[in-house]
Every structure is written in C-alpha cells, then in structure tokens.
Ligand binder design. Structure first.
Ligand code: JAH
Length: 242
C-alpha cells in the first residue's frame, strides 16, 4: 500500500517511523511519504491560512497550496480527518486496508477550504473521517490513529494474523477480559473456567462476557442498525445475562 500524508507539521508524524509501522515500511509492505504543505506555497511567508469568508473566529487553510499538493500526487483515496466527518470504525479500517493508495490531508485551524475537497473529488474518492465527538488542534494525530488502525490490517504487517479475528469490534462486540500468569495475584484469582482446559466452556464464557460487557458499556453497538453479533463456536444463544 502507498500512503501520502500532507501536513504543515510533518515532524508530528514521526511515530510512523517507529515500531510495527516502521517495520512494515522496512519490509516493503507500506510505501509511506510525509509531505510539508508549505512546499506548495510561493509567497515569502509561505502562508497556508487566511480569514474565513462570512466572518467568525480563527483562520481557514487556503486552497491554493492544497490544490498544488494534490495535483503533484498520483490520485488515491483522499482521507480528511475532521470533527464533521463520518465516524471511523473497524469495518471501515478493514475496507481501507484493501486500498492501493491512501492520501491523508491534515488540516489545522478551523479546517481546509471546502473547495479543495470538492475539486479533489473530481478525480478521486474523498472521505471526511471523524474519530469521535471532540476537537483536536489539527488532523495529524487523527491521521496517526487512522493509519495505525488500517496498516495493522494490511496482510503481513502483523506477525500473528489470528489475533485479528478475536478482538474488540471485529464482530461488533467488545472483547472478554484477558488474564495471564500468575493464577493468583494479590489475592485475586483468574476466573476458574479459564484453567479448566474445556475449550467449549471457555468459548461460551468469553461469548457471555463479550455480550454482557457490550450491553453494559456500549449498548449502542447492540442496537445500531445492522448490528448482528455473529455467533461464535461454543457461544450461547445470544441472550444477555444479568
Ligand atoms: C481539528 C482539522 N474526530 C477527531 C478530530 C479529527 C480532526 C480534527 N479534530 C478532531 C481537526 C482542527 C482542524 C481537524
């Protein structure tokens, strides 16, 4: 997968060099480039913002540098982190993991002139993406989150692909709690069933934990249109205890 990120703070994207994502880059699975938007300015002050039409507080990112930046790159699927975007979730990360080329446009201030997105949409898919109902200083940290969620799903990036199938949100539920050794720690014992060796009972317990946790913490996941927690082997009939 090819990934281009455009930002006025390219150093903010330094974590992409580290850890799993850095390994994926080194292995040639991900070809990633970070671009400084100011490279496409031509005035002495390298200005990227201006006052908003219609008035109001703050500044808006000027369209010209963005237009030149997007012209300079091969078309891809353009993602624009924004509090006004479509909520990002695991199923969308899964879709994006199959794209050959992503471009992430990181805005600052009050956002990017809307015509930049309108113009780009003439030649490529454009999606404004929200990570939740809060406002950041800009799109950079959101871009890191989106790319971490997507790149770990690119085949070969994670060593253990099996762990992708049993984790929160993959089947529309939160995951059951997890435990490791020692079996008793500070007088706290792990649930007995996990030491039973009975894989049917263990799967049923995890399923029940997933359902009760989801019902208590995230009832919205169970009532969302299209919500249909898929039965897993050893699962209960779908009833929520308590
Ligand atoms: C803020 C450009 N939903 C998280 C999120 C994503 C982007 C932004 N804020 C929050 C943002 C200012 C300028 C993007």
């Amino acid at each position: 997968m090819r990934v281009d990120i455009i930002s006025i703070f390219p150093e903010y994207l330094a974590p992409l060099e580290l850890s799993l994502i850095g390994r994926a880059r080194a292995a040639g699975l991900v070809d990633l480039a970070v671009h400084d938007l100011r490279r496409w300015t031509s005035d002495v002050h390298r200005t990227v913002d201006d006052t908003p039409y219609g008035g109001g507080p703050g500044m808006v990112m000027r369209p010209e540098p963005w237009g030149l930046a997007l012209d300079a790159l091969e078309p891809g699927h353009l993602l624009v982190p924004s509090p006004a975007g479509t909520p990002f979730r695991q199923s969308y990360a899964q879709e994006l993991a199959g794209e050959p080329h992503l471009i992430v446009a990181c805005g600052r201030y009050e956002g990017i002139d809307q015509r930049v997105l309108e113009d780009a949409a003439r030649r490529m898919p454009v999606t404004e993406v929200s990570l939740g109902d809060y406002v950041l200083f800009g799109g950079e940290v959101a871009a890191l989150v989106i790319l971490e969620a997507v790149l770990r799903l690119v085949p070969g990036v994670l060593g253990n692909a099996g762990s992708l199938l049993e984790e929160s949100h993959v089947d529309g539920l939160l995951e059951a709690p997890v435990y490791t050794k020692p079996p008793v720690w500070r007088d706290l014992a792990i649930p007995e069933v996990l030491r039973s060796g009975d894989h049917g009972r263990i799967a049923a317990w995890r399923r029940e934990q997933a359902l009760t946790r989801t019902a208590r913490r995230r009832p919205d996941l169970l009532t969302r249109p299209g919500a249909d927690p898929a039965p897993r082997a050893g699962g209960t009939a779908g009833g929520v205890a308590e």
